[in-house]
Write a protein that binds this ligand. Sequence first.
Ligand code: IPD
Ligand code: CA
Length: 281
Amino acid sequence: MCELNNFDEYYRIAEELVLYAGKIIEDGINSRKNIKSKGIDWDLVTEYDRKIEDKLIKQLLIQFPSHKFIGEETVAKEGCLPQLTNDPTWIIDPIDGTTNFVHRFPHTCISLALLVNKKVEIGIIYNPLMGQFFSARRHCGAFLNGKSIKTSDMRDISQSLVAMEPWLAKDPQYLASVYSRMHALVQGTHGIRSLGTAALTLCYVAMGAVEAYHIEGIDAWDVAAGKLIIEEAGGVVIDTDGGELDLMTPKVIAACNQQIAQQLVDLIKKADCEILHKNLN
Ligand code: IPD
Ligand code: CA
């Protein structure tokens, strides 16, 4: 049941702040940016990522001084991932799809989630460039620009459109497995898509634009808000091995329903086995 409680106030303030942060993305998209890499040359950050994260944390702290924060850029600066506790915790990705933002590819967003007792209670993902404001509160449904959204009712992976991201193949350790999984998806589905923003792609599962999404090597801030938005739209988000998702080290299969999720788990397992056999022979 959707209860009226403190979450109304948390949601109201979060929505206001995310809309404001959207203006920073709009201002920045066509501006000259100070682009840096975070250790690996293709993991980019700009002054806009930091500006948005600082603004969100500062304003949320004024309203909720006892709340905790896990923000992508703060973690990058401090070099360590804080432990998730039962305390109210805001998980922030100030710009998800920073590479898109740098290249002016208009799929980029702010992702903000509130967790209490380690459960996501509020999820907001906003792409100001496409005017898409996705939101969810636990047990209250999922919305795009205030209108209720639902996942696709497809039950057959071979008839599905599936999103995945091959960038992990840049690391030689994962190259064979990424290409094998990609090959299995190309052969076993209607088609694959790759957007370069995990948070928004999760929303595309929620709104029924793709049936499923698979990604690994990402972080809690890429997934927290989108997980709730998908679940509230009728879908599921599980671990690649078919078990429960660990939000702090996510290996993601997001799907419109359990059947598609399971078929994707099986397809990936088969692809991984094929590499193993090739390596043994
Ligand atoms: C990235 C995006 C991308 C995913 C990367 C993330 P960022 O987030 O979500 O889709 O494949 O792993 O790091 O760096 O743009 O916030
Ligand atoms: Ca980011």
